[in-house]
Write a protein that binds this ligand. Structure first.
Ligand SMILES: [Zn+2]
Length: 75
């Protein structure tokens, strides 16, 4: 199974594994990482940035919704 790094295209290797559950069945999650540690760090940073961006977009949307509701309530 090919799982190239999004950044450098190298085959990703198994990094962290952890156990979880889906419903009642136990599952093992494996996080793949780039063999190049520096590259992986950049990839991780990109993911963190995207998450932060998404979170702030969601927050802005939520705040806009609350503002609209307040406006509607006061009208
Ligand atoms: Zn890479």
């Amino acid at each position: 199974m090919s799982n190239p790094c999004v950044r450098c295209g190298q085959q990703r290797i198994d990094g962290k594994t952890w156990k979880g559950k889906v419903g009642a069945s136990p599952v093992t999650y494996t996080m793949t990482v780039c063999p190049d540690k520096a590259c992986q760090k950049v990839v991780d940073q990109g993911i963190a940035d995207r998450k932060a961006k998404n979170a702030s977009i969601l927050k802005a949307k939520e705040e806009a919704k609350i503002a609209r509701e307040k406006l509607a309530a006061s009208a």
